[in-house]
Design a protein around this ligand. Structure first.
Ligand code: MEV
Length: 315
């Protein structure tokens, strides 16, 4: 018996952090994925072989969180490994880095592989629930946006609540983006905790910022539906400013954001937890996409060229 599963990487296009407090956010799966392969093992318990390419130190820094995450998923599924164990192998073309859903993609991939290996026949909704449990191992109280994008693919309007809202946003034509990697591994738990602390200290200031973030989400949805990318880019720039105000940006993120804008990106912002990790730049044209990616690479940073708004993820 063996199992295999896939989970997509993601880029948050609007409102990371704000989403934790129920503000709507927009996220897209990206065409890069993690694959989990599962084999029966002779020894009890589980063992992992992590063959993903990764930002230096990423795997080392996340090893305890990964352990916790896998244990949480096994517990939620009531899988007992005290007699027969399993070996999990992670691979795929998603570079493991902060901000592009590496943890969520691995949770979804492992949940799918477990489902196949143990003949559980889990639906996508159930996979999403298990992966959410796994995400708790990486960052305590996740909003669920990452595992949702990683499970279902596509471009998604997401609102955390008693019952999460998840609506697909359909584009006529997928639009090009560049993801730029600062090369810094970031701790999402610390970033989320920092926002909480500052928000509690400055409720009035934060209310104003959060209100504007909410407003931006609705304007961005309209801009996406109209395929008005000039407007969408402006809103991304403004969203980055709000993220700076809640202090989750960093010198490297601001540098890459400015570089992308200076080379013609319609808009750019940090993506994911911040304090390191990645930026997303809107570059609706192949030449512009190349131009922005080349400029970032010339400065010694890694890029990923992809699109958002694909109807079926993984293309
Ligand atoms: C991390 O990719 C996104 C955050 O908003 C945290 C979360 O939503 O759980 C920072």
């Amino acid at each position: 018996m063996s199992g295999e599963g896939i989970g997509f990487g993601k880029a948050i296009v609007f409102n990371e952090h704000f989403v934790v407090y129920g503000i709507p956010a927009i996220v897209s799966a990206i065409g890069k994925y993690t694959i989990a392969k599962l084999d029966a093992a002779d020894k009890p318990g589980w063992k992992i072989i992590d063959n993903r390419k990764a930002t230096p130190n990423y795997k080392e820094e996340k090893i305890n969180q990964q352990k916790e995450s896998i244990n949480l998923m096994l517990k939620k599924l009531n899988i007992d490994l005290s007699k027969k164990g399993i070996q999990i192998t992670l691979e795929g073309n998603l570079y493991a880095a902060s901000g592009i859903g590496a943890s969520a993609a691995s949770c979804v991939a492992i949940a799918r592989a477990l489902s196949q290996h143990y003949n559980l026949d889990l639906s996508n909704d159930e996979i999403n629930i298990i992966a959410y449990e796994g995400e708790k191992g990486y960052h305590g109280n996740p909003s669920g946006i990452d595992n949702t994008a990683s499970t279902f693919g596509g471009l998604i309007w997401f609102e955390k609540g008693e019952n999460d809202v998840m609506d697909k946003i359909e584009l006529q034509t997928p639009v090009e983006i560049v993801i730029g990697n600062t090369g810094k591994v970031a701790n999402t738990t610390a970033a989320v905790a920092g926002v909480k602390e500052r928000k509690e200290k400055n409720p009035e200031k934060y209310k104003e910022i959060f209100d504007r973030a909410e407003n931006i989400a609705y304007l961005a949805k309209d801009a996406l539906q109209d395929e008005d990318y000039q407007e969408l880019g402006k809103l991304m720039n403004e969203n980055h400013k709000l993220l700076q105000q809640i202090e989750v940006s960093s010198r490297e993120l601001d540098f890459l954001v400015k570089l992308a804008r200076d080379h013609g990106a319609f808009g750019a912002k940090l993506t994911g937890g911040g304090l390191g990790g990645n930026i997303i730049a809107l570059t609706p044209d192949r030449d512009l996409q190349d131009n922005v990616a080349n400029a970032i690479e010339k400065e010694g940073f890694q890029t990923l060229k992809t699109v958002i708004g694909v109807r079926r993820s993984g293309e």
